[in-house]
Design a protein around this ligand. Sequence first.
Ligand code: FAD
Length: 268
Amino acid sequence: MQRKLYTARLERKECISESAQCYHFDFAIDELDSFPFSPGQFVSTVAPDSNGKQQTRAYSIASAPRANHFDLCVNRVEGGFFSNHLADLSDLPPGGAVSLHGPHGHFVLKEPLTDSIFIATGTGIAPMRGFTQFLFPEDGPDRSGGKEIWLVYGTRHETELYYHDEFEALAARKPNFHYLATLSRATDKWTGLRGYVQEHVARIVEKRAARLGQKLPLEPVPAGTPATELNFDIYAYICGLNNMVSGVREKLAGYGWHRKQIIFERYD
Ligand SMILES: Cc1cc2nc3c(=O)[nH]c(=O)nc-3n(C[C@H](O)[C@H](O)[C@H](O)COP(=O)(O)OP(=O)(O)OC[C@H]3O[C@@H](n4cnc5c(N)ncnc54)[C@H](O)[C@@H]3O)c2cc1C
């Protein structure tokens, strides 16, 4: 089936980490009044490489729906084609542009919303920013319904915590949003959390189970239970490179979490 290709015009580009060469992009699709998608979905960008071969890459949308705009968060991959193509786009008028199709993907919030743990490393933060903008809009009613939402965000260095100020401000504004930024290679100056995301996710799960009087590991869900009868009171959403995603999935499986409770997006 032929996919509808849109042209997205770059309206604003900002380098949000010099050391990681990470860029925030604000694109507009001028031919549309609105670009509808579910927070967490991705777009597939398309461009010819230097041999004229058409290349396609997936990029998670780093915002909630906003008229005909959407944001991306992309870091340069050394020797990589598309990440550098995007990072080199100009946002000076008339603005660079990229072709894309989408939205695509199933990395979206479960309905009805439950308590949720969002877990990301690196640019895996992109869909999480979409989730939090959607749940806690600045200019509209809160959609979190008072559910507890944790964001556990890991990187190596402090300079690679993208959107850190935004998430801190959100945590200060919303008592049910908990932001845990953790560094694996922190300097002495860092007063926040250290170590890998898995360890902090484990603490959240253990403390919550103790508060609710749940014994870990949880009783396994009987085999053959129909999908429609699987109702969990908490979900985890994981996004980033495969190593981290597998590590968190294993950790949660060890607590007796069901595989359907763990929703993930792998970038590699
Ligand atoms: C669903 C989905 C959503 C994604 N969302 C984002 C996003 O929001 N932001 C983002 O920056 N990336 C995202 N990615 C990764 C993105 O699609 C590209 O793989 C990445 O930008 C590298 O593409 P490239 O053309 O520059 O490199 P390529 O030319 O494809 O690869 C060059 C080399 O880099 C290695 N490589 C490929 N990807 C990575 C990577 N992510 N990290 C380190 N090395 C890599 C390859 O193995 C290869 O050796 C997503 C991937 C998927 C599947």
